[in-house]
Design a protein around this ligand. Structure first.
Ligand SMILES: [Zn+2]
Length: 284
């Protein structure tokens, strides 16, 4: 059995800033890694020094994404939707925005990928989207529906070569232990943790899950540089500057935090369950 993994994520950069370490590790270990990105990222804010990229952001981000996925070692697929922007962003009103897309049709696009690639493992955002981004939440809904529909011959009968049931579904998620440390450090520095991020629209106090809800921890210490290099390709999004982890010394990030973490949704895992390989126990 050739191991195959499909990650369906909302934006150019979610693959690198998110589970990039795990994706790089699986690609290096010979797994067929496929990365499907739903939107063009055109509604993202731009990092300082990238103001001139504003008008052609979709183009800039497509190039950044290609470079990042090449470094991670996966195959890139794009679903071709327009980025919706964060909560209350006027970009949410755009008729072509991902969150305004026809849901059945969007599910069909992911069903096609699942039936063509035939992965054992599918990864997407969790139902909070990590930080409540509407595109992440919609991507979650669409991917979960497609995970089931792909196996059902009565659904989308015209799509793909044959039905296929992936064996496992994982959601990207992180434990709140680190988030609580960041909140504590922000308060120490006199910063407001409820208004964080470049757009001051991220509430750090609502992020992350209790550690017992995290089922899989993928060690990517050996691929730390790969994830960092892929993230750095997303320069228009401040890639490579460390994000919230920039608070901590590099050695801490590299040796203590170099784990990508997931909820195992299917088959469901109990609280406190721990695994270190998304493919563990699958038939060879
Ligand atoms: Zn995103």
């Amino acid at each position: 059995m050739k191991k195959c993994l499909l990650a369906v994520l909302a934006h150019p950069d979610d693959e690198s800033f998110g589970p990039g370490g795990a994706l790089a590790r699986y690609a290096a270990e010979g797994v067929d890694v496929h990365i499907a990105i739903a939107t063009d990222g055109a509604a993202g804010s731009v990092a300082e020094g990238y103001e001139e990229a504003r008008g052609k952001l979709a183009e800039v981000r497509a190039r950044e994404l290609q470079a990042a996925v090449a470094i991670l070692g996966g195959t890139l697929h794009t679903l071709g939707y327009r980025d919706s922007g964060y909560i209350n962003d006027p970009a949410n009103q755009h008729p072509d925005a991902f969150i305004n897309a026809n849901e059945e049709e969007a599910i069909g696009r992911v069903v096609r990928l699942i039936r063509e690639l035939r992965p054992q493992v599918v990864i997407t955002h969790d139902e909070t989207g990590g930080y409540f981004h509407p595109d992440h939440i919609f991507c979650h809904k669409v991917t979960v529906a497609a995970f089931h529909a792909a196996a059902d011959p009565t659904q989308y009968p015209e799509v793909g070569p044959a039905p296929h049931q992936p064996q496992r579904l994982y959601y990207t998620a992180f434990p709140n232990t680190f988030v609580r440390l960041v909140v504590w450090m922000m308060r120490l520095r006199g910063q407001d943790p409820t208004r964080a991020g470049r757009n001051k629209d991220i509430d750090f106090t609502r992020l992350g899950l209790p550690p017992r809800k995290i089922h899989a921890r993928i060690d990517y210490r050996r691929y730390w540089e790969v994830k960092r290099a892929a993230s750095a390709q997303h320069a228009s999004q401040g890639g490579g500057t460390g994000g919230s982890r920039g608070f901590l010394p590099v050695w801490v990030q590299r040796y203590v935090l170099a784990y990508d973490t997931f909820i195992r949704a299917i088959p469901p895992a109990p609280d406190g369950y721990r695994e270190t390989d998304l493919f563990a126990g699958l038939a060879d």
